[in-house]
Design a protein around this ligand. Sequence first.
Ligand SMILES: NC(=O)c1ccc[n+]([C@@H]2O[C@H](COP(=O)([O-])OP(=O)(O)OC[C@H]3O[C@@H](n4cnc5c(N)ncnc54)[C@H](OP(=O)(O)O)[C@@H]3O)[C@@H](O)[C@H]2O)c1
Length: 337
Amino acid sequence: MKRVVYARRGGLEAIEIIEDEVPNPSTGQVLIEVHRAGINFADLMMRQGLYGGAPDFPFTPGYEISGIVRELGSGVTSLAIGDRVVSFTGFGGYAEQVVVDVERVWPLPEDVSFDAAAAMPVTYLTAHHMLVHLGNFKPGDTILVHHAAGGVGTATAQLAKALDSGAVYGTASPNKSDFVESQGMIHIPRGEDFVKRIKKEVGGVHHALDPVGGKHVMDSYRALRNGGRLYVFGASSAVNGPKRSMWAALKMWRSTPQFNPLKMMNSNKSVFGVHMGQWKDEDVIREQMVSLSKMLELGLIDPVVDSVYRFEDVVKAQKHIHDRGNRGKVLLDFSPK
Ligand SMILES: NC(=O)c1ccc[n+]([C@@H]2O[C@H](COP(=O)([O-])OP(=O)(O)OC[C@H]3O[C@@H](n4cnc5c(N)ncnc54)[C@H](OP(=O)(O)O)[C@@H]3O)[C@@H](O)[C@H]2O)c1
């Protein structure tokens, strides 16, 4: 079987495809024939060596997949060979076959496609975790989300609608205005003063989702109303094109604000640091995945897929994201030809 590897830290040239043995499932594991693997922005960052918690090089990235169960390890009774499933792989999902712990695998309803399934786990779970698990979201709450046209951005917009939110402001590249508005968000072109606009229109939002890092974090904080919550869940400003830029990474790191809880008291604002890859409570993940699967089945959420590339074109797929071209999720097709 074939799998994608990051041979070393670097640009797109560090991506290789290698031949490997089909892995054997141990006790409590299943072997899955992968049909789709989701690409996350985090995959680009870990290739550049800018992602906390990534394995040592060389390694195979890939947080999420959909596919078919082909083998059961001993003790597995909750799934059967031939089941269509979706899974959090942790790492290693960019491969034709993967072995995963059964707790991280969920059966797919018949009418949910492999595309929709692989586009869901990371983005929807992250958005749901911030708004619902951490954020005590209430109907009518207002939201600010950055990278609004991307994976987490579109997931946030759909969850907001399902949860009966108030206005959702989304920043994204200027040429994505029609798309962002089509997702039910109010588009603010990237680079415009979103704090001023939000203050003027709604006085401040209840929830601000910031995956940018650096001084942008303080602007998101300033866009909150009294009692608002800021979730810092990424550092995309550390990335400047496919090649690693130590300058961009350092600038992001040095300009990220430090918050003084005594000052925060006066405005009742909260700041959460969020990294789903480092979340340790499996019950919280499972509970949220069950809610999301129900929402998917009921059609309350419907992942937006920008494009599907054959895995042999993984370099083109990642370049598309570096070029800020995606509107929704980018997937890799590993299905047998
Ligand atoms: N903490 C967590 O657990 C967690 C989980 C999932 C995602 N995240 C974070 O959430 C953010 C969104 O992730 P995603 O996977 O859904 O990706 P995504 O939004 O689909 O990422 C691509 C988009 O990000 C925007 N962007 C901003 N800075 C960029 C840069 N330096 N290079 C290229 N594009 C850039 C571009 O859109 P515009 O130009 O339109 O803005 C691009 O189209 C990322 O920062 C990611 O690390 C965190």
